[in-house]
Design a protein around this ligand. Structure first.
Ligand code: AMP
Ligand code: MG
Length: 409
């Protein structure tokens, strides 16, 4: 059987998925979610002219001659804390005490900070002085944040497809956006299969091992923004697999691991083929050569290889892009960097994903393999902070060669 390239397999898989329905969620739940619509500013920012300092609002022309030896005294006619509108139109020759963020009174064209006056009392409740001495001239517009200087009404601020970060949430709050448009979370039914697998928390009996993939794949799905429908561990019988898949009815994707090497695979194959279709692919990659893809009752099904590293890499290569597509993400699924090898590398000509540790030295990024690259050796994945991607056809690379790497955040 000829091997399918990674990119062809991914293309075929992606064709079965669409962007999910839009909904809105409250702003405080939106970090990490993918925005489903462009956000245009519904207002200018700042919303109004305001002071960037605690000080005195005045007319700059009144204090052009001010100096420490030649202070200029002005009557204080208003007190404007943040959150309160000025009550007075400032006249030439007048000053108003003003706090950071408070609206500038009409008539004022500069703010002199308290440090440059004889009134340096910022204690809460400090009484308003009758007059203030100004020790320094102020430029026109000094310490004033003018309406609309950061953002103008109608300006495009955030874009559909971007994943929201803390600063984006702050921006949405500034704009008063309480309900954030996103696509709903993909529901992914997650299945581990194998007679040898024991759920964590139960004692191991002879010949058994703990189920690893439910936890790694579950964590990867959650980090990617999915809702998980846990199907648990199914034994290698048609009945067990049938029973597990029954709970997957509302899923957008069924993700299973193992049972794709011949033998036990037949059970999954039989069960799915009775109510859908399943392809068994051999991918030109390492690890993770066996991959199943198909549909179970119209729900897309991806079956990753069972070894813990194969399942992990298979997720990164095939599942993460699927999730990004369902979420409407316009961002690349992986952060791609380049790094120099600190040792020669052998490959077998398949597209290879090698566990490596990236570090910086003298302004250069280097990549060091983290040890044994067997597909069951999760420890070298634990020690890795990146996957090196050795392209197909490449059989060896010398020390110093530059390679592409995906960061494992
Ligand atoms: P299989 O494809 O079922 O032959 O599985 C390949 C290898 O991966 C076997 O050594 C399994 O024991 C191992 N394996 C499969 N699923 C898991 C899992 N969920 N956790 C840990 N190891 C697994
Ligand atoms: Mg098995």
């Amino acid at each position: 059987m000829s091997l399918l390239s990674v990119s062809d397999a991914l293309k075929r898989i992606l064709a079965s998925f669409q962007i999910l329905e839009k909904t809105t969620i409250f702003l405080d739940k939106s970090v990490g979610r993918v925005l489903a619509e462009d956000i245009l500013a519904g207002t200018d920012l700042p919303l109004f002219d305001n002071s960037s300092m605690d000080g005195f609002a005045l007319c700059a022309a009144d204090v052009t001659q001010a100096g420490s030896a030649t202070p200029i005294s002005l009557p204080v006619v208003d007190d404007i804390p943040a959150g309160k509108m000025p009550t007075h139109h400032l006249q030439v020759g007048e000053a108003a005490r003003i706090m950071t963020g408070a609206p500038l009174p009409p008539g004022a064209d500069a703010v002199v900070p308290v440090e440059e006056t004889d009134f340096n009392n910022r204690a809460p409740g400090a009484a308003l002085p009758e007059s203030v001495q100004i020790f320094k001239a102020a430029n026109l517009g000094a310490n004033i944040r003018k309406r609309g200087t950061d953002i103008q009404h109608g300006e495009s601020i955030l874009h559909a497809g971007q994943r929201l970060r803390a600063q984006d949430l702050g921006m949405l709050a500034m704009l008063g956006v309480a309900d954030v448009p996103v696509c709903r979370k993909p529901r992914v039914a997650l299945l581990s299969s194998g007679d040898e697998l024991t759920p964590i928390g139960q004692p191991l009996t002879e010949g058994k091992i703990y189920d690893v993939n439910s936890y790694t794949l579950g964590a990867l799905l959650e980090a990617a923004g999915c809702e998980i429908i846990p199907l648990g561990v199914a034994a290698d019988t048609p009945e067990a697999i049938k029973a597990a898949l029954y709970s997957a009815k509302d899923a957008d994707l069924i993700l299973s691991s193992a049972g794709v090497s011949m033998g036990s695979f037949d059970f999954i194959k039989d069960v799915i083929e009775k109510e859908g279709k399943l392809n068994f692919w051999r991918i030109n990659m390492r690890p993770g050569k066996p991959l199943t893809f198909g549909h179970y009752q119209n729900i897309p099904f991806i079956g990753l290889a069972g070894n813990p590293v194969s399942a992990f890499v298979g997720f990164m290569v095939f599942v993460r892009p699927v999730v990004e597509k369902m979420l409407g993400s316009s961002q690349q699924a992986q952060i791609v960097v380049r790094a120099r090898l600190t040792e020669p590398i052998q490959s077998d000509g398949r597209e290879s994903y090698l566990r490596a540790y990236l570090y910086h030295e003298n302004g250069q990024r280097y990549a060091k393999l983290t040890g044994h690259q067997g597909s069951g050796n999760l420890f070298s994945m634990v020690q890795a902070n990146a996957l090196l991607i050795i392209p197909p056809e490449v059989k060896s690379l010398p020390t110093g060669a530059e390679v592409t790497a995906w960061l494992l955040e």
